[in-house]
Design a protein around this ligand. Structure first.
Ligand code: 4AD
Ligand code: MG
Length: 430
């Protein structure tokens, strides 16, 4: 019977077949200890020379690291370890023998590993990150549907900018001139909410970020959520609910993965409590008190985010930023026309900005004024302005960067490990 390694615990005493790869191997006289992986987990297969034909024994001796294999044997409890199961090998087939696999189970430098990303993905650590990434996606989809959002999606080729014109990638587009790769699908789901009320997109977005940091990719995945009749306060409530749901979901589904990553689970558990909230003005004041030389009107740097979250066990919202440093579509704060009704959510443990969100300007004339003031081409935004002419409603939304969320949940230092094939200013291969 063919089975998965994750299910071995319920098959003790039975003969099963596992199809997978040889992760590692250790020989000792008439025994070979073969560490197998099949995508669902790892297990040890013990091959004893006395139980096998000459041909099969030779195969276990000669098989190379990362060869694809098919192994049959009897499932047994590990002699010493609780809840660990192994296979007593009856048959062992090499499907394709791998010779000189380039990644040894020892430390390699990051450039070497990134050059071999197509193979590096097989390591335990990368396996764990890929699985947490999947759990974060599942958690996001689950939470949003609970909150009555449906998935609608947005185009990737776009005629105009969403998040400022300095980080656009352009592509020649037939006879129609230049297309830009989407920086965020927000503007399009603002149109879709007028049909379905609440919706989200979830897909790749692109930013020609010149910054070489541990938090920036040029291609990353973003979930943009948007809802009609949602105002600033409720927007923050939904964001907090979402992030806490992601934390709970990953704690519930990924304990093995988080253990491999040596993530401090207690810290994650603590993050599932009401988030802290500062206005931008309060944040600047606090930062200055704590030794930052940031001035009013400036964007927070990486160090500032670290200072502000250093003593917090929960993520921190910074709301109501100066209009001058935020995009054209944000709604002015009725109590202070220089501020907008927006928020950035900053994670703990150096996780940095996870979410950017805001209430949107729903007044046609004010929005037009902002588009002009930013020097944007009004014709490109005519369709977007239309939304303010035909049944405009107060509405809000936010975008969460998937890899930022994965990086924070996993406690991984560099965002390049949080997407299967990262794209950064210095990397386009493999
Ligand atoms: O704050 P941002 O730029 O917000 C928007 O794009 C809005 N249109 C979203 C919306 O309101 N629907 O980006 C949202 C999030 C950031 O908080 C961050 O998590 C992530 O996207 N992000 C990046 N992740 C990786 N690499 C980059 N270069 C990123 N830039 C933004
Ligand atoms: Mg932002």
């Amino acid at each position: 019977m063919s089975t998965f390694i994750k299910d071995l615990g319920s098959l003790v005493g039975q003969t099963v077949t596992i199809k997978g790869w040889l992760y590692n191997k250790r020989g000792s006289g008439p025994l070979q200890f073969l560490e197998l992986r099949d995508g669902t987990g790892w297990t040890q297969a013990v091959a004893a020379k006395k139980d096998l034909s000459e041909e099969v024994w030779l195969a276990t001796e000669s098989v190379g690291q990362e060869s694809s294999v098919e192994v049959s044997g009897v499932v047994a409890k590990h002699p010493k370890k609780e809840n660990v199961f192994e296979l007593q090998v009856k048959d062992f087939k090499i499907l394709q023998n791998a010779v000189d696999y380039p990644i040894a189970l020892k430390d390699h430098g990051p450039d070497f590993l990134m050059d071999h990303r197509h193979l590096w993905l097989r390591s335990k650590r990368q396996w764990a990150i890929l699985r947490v990434r999947d759990a974060v996606i599942m958690a996001i989809n689950e939470y949003l549907h609970q909150e009555n959002f449906i998935k609608t999606d947005s185009p990737i080729f776009t005629p105009n900018a969403c998040e400022g014109t300095t980080t656009l990638f352009s592509v020649p587009y037939f006879d129609l001139g230049t297309a830009y790769l989407s920086q965020s699908g927000q503007l399009y789901i603002e149109a879709a909410i007028m049909s379905v009320g609440r919706c989200y997109d979830f897909g790749p977005v692109f930013r020609a970020e010149k910054s070489k940091t541990k938090r920036h990719l040029t291609e990353f995945w973003m979930m943009d959520a948007e809802g009609a009749f949602i105002e600033h306060e409720e927007n923050l409530k939904i964001q907090e609910g979402l992030v806490r749901h992601i934390v709970r979901y990953c704690l519930g589904h990924c304990s093995a993965e988080l253990a491999i990553l040596e993530r401090d689970i207690e810290k994650l558990k603590q993050a599932d409590a009401p988030f802290v909230r500062y206005t931008y003005d309060e944040a600047i004041k606090k930062l200055n008190e704590l030794g930052s030389d940031i001035k009013y009107g400036e964007d927070l740097g990486n160090d500032d985010e670290g200072i502000l979250t250093k003593d917090s066990v929960v993520p921190v919202f910074i709301e109501k930023w100066p209009k001058s440093i935020k995009p054209f579509y944000m709604k002015r704060d009725p109590e202070n026309a220089d501020r907008v009704l927006n928020d950035d959510l900053i994670a703990t443990d150096g996780g940095g900005e996870l979410i950017g969100g805001s209430q949107r300007e729903n007044d046609h004339d004010l929005l037009l004024e902002r588009i002009k003031a930013e020097g944007l081409n009004v014709a490109d935004y005519q369709w977007y302005l239309d939304l303010r002419k035909f049944g405009s409603v107060p509405h809000s939304g936010f975008g969460i960067g998937l890899e930022r969320a994965v990086r924070w949940i996993c406690g991984v230092e560099h965002i390049r490990e949080c997407i299967p094939f990262p794209r950064t200013i210095g990397r386009l291969r493999p």
